[in-house]
Design a protein around this ligand. Structure first.
Ligand code: PGA
Length: 254
């Protein structure tokens, strides 16, 4: 099955020069690669989205945003809507990233509203969920994942849930180099699948893609994705280095 490799560039690439360098390095790294089983989704800061879609033309690469608002238009100073992302070349949007939950008051409710409007606008949501180390230590893992998943997908019809890409990102693994064991990942993968089948009546053979995210690099990508049956990875830090990012893609294209 096709694997997704999503690059979350976060709030980086601060100048025109940096952006040009990124394009040069990305194009050089992807040239001559014949990818059969993988799809790359780059999510730059929204200010760069249109330029990315124009400068990187490759059939294996699509684009997305890192956040959207849950209204399409109007007096919401500073916000970007799903319709805007769609009209300027984005096909995906990351929703509910832990950094947004932590610094920007994102709640399960706003995550749900954003997922709903994105789906309506035919923008594919990449829905992030995960636990802190304290929650894991205090035995709250299952409760936290269940709550985030059930509330995030509340009232979404099952034929649409299939289009949501779910990204399990343990918060303690993001940007730390601290990675979960195979058992840790599989435990959450099984829990997510069980909730999708039991609570949302999805068919076990037709579930949304479930990705892993948190400190992924080309050395650990096989363990964190292929060996544990995940459908791809959400990459932060390493996506800023196209040479290494494309090495992750190569590992997962096997
Ligand atoms: P990281 O970030 O790869 O730098 O750990 C992942 C993410 O925040 O999505």
């Amino acid at each position: 099955m096709e694997k997704l490799i999503i690059g979350n560039l976060k709030m980086n690439i601060v100048s025109d020069v940096e952006r040009e360098n990124y394009f040069k390095s990305f194009k050089k790294s992807i040239r001559n690669k014949k990818l059969k089983q993988t799809k790359i989704i780059l999510c730059p800061p929204t200010i760069h989205l249109e330029t990315f879609t124009k400068k990187i033309k490759n059939k294996n690469v699509s684009f997305g945003a890192q956040n959207v608002y849950y209204e399409n238009k109007g007096s919401y100073t500073g916000e970007i809507s799903p319709a805007m992302v769609k009209n300027f070349g984005g096909e995906y949007v990351i929703i509910g990233h832990s950094e947004r939950r932590k610094y920007f008051n994102e709640t399960d409710k706003t995550v749900n509203q954003k997922i709903k409007l994105s789906l309506k606008e035919k923008l594919q949501p990449i829905f992030c969920l995960g636990e802190t180390s304290e929650e894991r230590k205090s035995g709250e893992l299952k409760n936290i994942i269940s709550k985030q998943l059930k509330k995030g997908l509340a009232d979404i019809p099952k034929n649409k849930i299939f289009k949501v890409i779910i990204a399990y990102e343990p918060i303690w693994a993001i940007g730390t180099g601290d990675i979960p064991t195979s058992e840790n990942i599989m435990e959450v993968q099984i829990l997510i699948k069980k909730i999708l089948v039991d609570n949302f009546s999805l068919n076990i053979n037709k579930l949304p893609k479930i990705l892993y995210g948190g400190s992924v690099n080309y050395r650990n990508a096989k363990n964190l994705c292929l060996d544990v049956g995940m459908d791809g990875v959400l990459v932060g830090g390493e996506s800023l280095h196209p040479v290494d990012f494309l090495k992750i893609v190569e590992v997962l294209d096997k």
